[in-house]
Design a binder for this molecule. Structure first.
Ligand code: WTA
Length: 711
């Protein structure tokens, strides 16, 4: 079922000819939201757009904050006295765990807060009611406080997989005013160790093992590596709290260290039935840290607030995810990423809905799993990433039609989605019945920045839509001139205004926070007016005549692999931990399924002979330092890197080689002759391996040609 080409009258159309745009890309047709969706949507009255218009800013966000239960109301909606460290809902106090759990007990104690689906299909699904969640959160909070000795403002690191113990641990910290910092379970022990050090955590919460692809993975072993790395960097962790995947049965080979490692299920016996008074926190108190990659090697701990963040995720969950309390909502992301924090845990629970969590890989044991699960559980809202959609389309293009589920709403997030993939999602996964939102945002942002309002603005494949309610984006060129909508020109997408979900700072690196996100387009460093401080998102984008944005990808040296942000510097530092390596450069390669994959170029120290062994060691080092997700597709040992006369590696040249693209102008290189040698070696090896990428789109060619310029 394909919708018509007509833009419904609500589509904002500017006076620019289609031909002008079509010079750059084919304009996609609009898809109106299904009438049945519109009839029940939370935001179906266009008056909402008025309520969030710019002249109502910042007070418009009261509507989001009013979704929460406050202990003390705020006196100042937005305090801009110390730009760009914005403060929202100043004077207000609240507790996030009360908002996500306690306040639902009077009406919905027996309702399921989470439905947890273990990966093995013969293992029973676990339903956790709000009452049960309340009990578990309180008991673990009591344990953390009395046994862990943590208090308000302390940081606790988690390295947890997709198990109910993860949201329980998050909410237990929130109850105490303790700042949680979850490290994605798939990251290596070393990566976890660096994040422990950066956040200054004295406690690590982990799990012995979990299922992935049919295998019980030993996870506790990573805790030992993490602590060893932390120790090398001068930080001693006092306690490792180990949840067990099967309580009472230890699933790891790694020995428990006496006096340091403790089984949570054993300790919990002492805290049965304990209730912990929730700490009433200032709206501005940090709720959690979420680490992400940037241009330099040190990861950035994005610090999110309690009141502003929770208000923002509650509001966007209501209007953009269209969550009603009686929906069954499945966000198929990992809670180890921002999407999971905002749209599996905090947003859905703040609205008192039922949120499904799945432990394992989407295609285990087969490509029907993601569709059997909604059929069985009655899921009606589905949320995932383009990588997963591409993979499911490849492995089982007809699978969804075999299952009797019905989605009213679907989300795509994390990477640009190809219009063709979007149409499969709409027609086959959604059966033409669902409204789709393509939500653009980042770890730093707390919640959505760009998306259509699902009942009010038509969908357009490949475009996220306009700025969301209360977000006013703009595209600037390098000089800070506005790139007009409909001009067909790309530029840097920025947000002109602050919003409640924006992160407060980079933990321990306030200067980097200002430099990375605000320095580029700040018009007046002394100004206390938010209008002088546009937020630089680090993404390239084009705005069509209708106001919709098409996000083109990162403009910094970050490679988005299957929706995971990997910094080139992190990959390169990991590579040079191998003794034989002199220099390393990471580049992105266009990939049909994962969007981008990483290839490494390395040169060896003098006198060392290249060998496949060294290539393997580099791949291994990356896995050890970062995690399996970062494993490079290829490691190329080259006699020298293409360099400018000042010695800078020209990443765009090797990126072009890896992608079979035009290497462009090489006359500024100190060693132009090396390019042909590398090209011949790499491309013939790739040809032999059958690794020739499809022809690149114009946009992809531009991305590759610009790669490495941010440095
Ligand atoms: C990219 C994930 C196109 C973008 C929530 C951004 C997207 C980075 C989209 C943030 C989208 C995210 N369309 N690109 N709908 N959503 N991105 O921090 O480059 O893991 O800057 O946050 O992903 O990734 P992060």
């Amino acid at each position: 079922m394909r919708a018509g080409d007509e833009a419904p009258s609500s589509a904002p159309i500017a006076d620019v000819s289609e031909a002008q745009i079509a010079v750059h890309w084919r304009e996609e047709e609009y898809f109106p939201p299904p009438p049945a969706f519109v009839a029940q949507a939370n935001a179906s009255d266009p008056a909402i757009l008025e309520r969030f218009s710019e002249d109502r800013f910042p007070e418009c966000f009261k509507e989001y904050a009013d979704l929460l239960t406050w202990d003390v109301g705020w006196h100042t909606t937005l305090d801009t006295s110390n730009p760009p460290f914005w403060r929202w809902f100043v004077g207000g106090r609240l507790n996030a765990s009360v908002n996500c759990v306690d306040r639902h007990l009077s009406s919905s104690a027996e309702k399921q807060a989470f439905i947890w689906v273990p990966e093995p299909e013969d293992e029973e699904t676990q339903a956790l009611t709000y009452q049960e969640l309340h009990r578990r959160v309180n008991e673990f909070a009591a344990l953390l406080r009395d046994f862990g000795g943590v208090k308000e403002g302390d940081r606790v690191t988690f390295h947890l997989p997709m198990v109910p113990e993860l949201p329980v641990s998050m909410l237990a910290c929130a109850r105490l005013g303790v700042i949680h910092s979850e490290v994605f379970g798939g990251f290596s022990g070393a990566a976890c160790g660096h994040r422990i050090v950066d956040s200054g955590s004295r406690i690590l919460v982990t799990m012995d093992a979990y299922y992935r692809n049919g295998e019980l993975i030993d996870h506790k072993a990573k805790a030992d590596e993490a602590l060893a790395v932390a120790r090398q960097e001068g930080v001693e962790v006092d306690k490792v709290l180990v949840w067990r995947r099967h309580p009472g049965r230890y699933g790891s080979q790694s020995p428990m260290v006496e006096g340091r490692d403790f089984f949570v299920d054993e300790l919990l016996g002492d805290y049965r039935g304990n209730e912990v008074e929730p700490v009433s926190m200032p709206a501005e108190a940090p709720l959690f840290l979420m680490y992400t990659s940037g241009t330099t090697g040190r990861p950035k701990g994005c610090q999110h607030s309690t009141g502003g963040y929770l208000a923002y995720v509650a509001g966007t969950s209501k209007y953009y995810q269209d969550i009603h309390p009686d929906d069954t909502y499945w966000c198929f992301a990992d809670i180890g990423w921002i999407t999971g924090h905002s749209y599996i845990v905090y947003g859905p629970l703040a609205l008192g809905t039922t949120s499904v969590m799945y432990e394992g890989v989407p295609t285990y044991p087969d490509a029907g799993r993601p569709w059997r699960t909604p059929e069985r559980l009655g899921v009606n809202i589905f949320h995932t990433a383009p990588t997963t959609i591409r993979m499911l389309r490849k492995l089982g293009p007809e699978e969804p039609s075999k299952y009797d589920y019905h989605f009213k709403h679907m989300t795509t997030v994390g990477e640009p989605i190809e219009p063709d993939v979007w149409r499969w999602y709409y027609e086959v996964v959604g059966k033409g019945e669902a409204a789709i939102v393509d939500t653009w945002w980042q770890t730093e942002n707390g919640g959505f920045l760009g998306s259509t309002l699902p009942a009010l603005q038509p969908m357009k494949p490949g475009s996220c839509g306009p700025g969301v309610l209360g977000i006013y984006p703009v595209i600037f060129d390098e000089e800070g001139n506005v790139v007009e909508q409909g001009s067909g020109k790309a530029g840097n997408i920025c947000i002109r205004n602050p919003w409640p979900g924006i992160f407060q700072t980079i933990w321990g690196q306030p200067d980097r926070f200002v430099d990375t996100y605000y320095a580029k387009y700040c018009r007046d460093r002394d100004s206390k007016d938010w209008r002088a401080w546009p937020y630089f998102a680090g993404d390239g984008a084009v705005q069509a005549a209708d106001g919709y944005f098409r996000i083109l990808g990162r403009v910094d040296d970050v490679i988005n692999v299957a929706g995971h942000r990997l910094g080139t510097k992190e990959l390169e530092s990991a590579s040079i931990t191998v003794a034989e390596i002199a220099e390393a450069a990471a580049v992105p390669v266009v990939d049909e399924l994962r969007g981008r994959v990483v290839e490494m170029y390395v040169s060896l120290k003098p006198g060392i002979t290249p060998s496949p062994e060294i290539e393997r060691e580099v791949a291994k080092a990356i896995e050890t330092e970062i995690g399996k997700i970062a494993r490079p597709r290829n490691v190329w040992i080259v006699p020298d890197m293409p360099k400018t006369r000042s010695g800078k590696i020209m990443r765009r040249v090797i990126a072009a080689v890896s992608n079979f693209a035009d290497v462009g102008d090489t006359t500024t290189l100190a060693n132009p002759e090396i390019v042909e040698e590398i090209r011949h070696r790499v491309q013939s090896a790739k040809l032999a391996r059958g690794e020739v990428p499809r022809e690149l789109s114009e946009q992809e060619r531009k991305e590759i040609a610009a790669f490495g310029q941010a440095e």
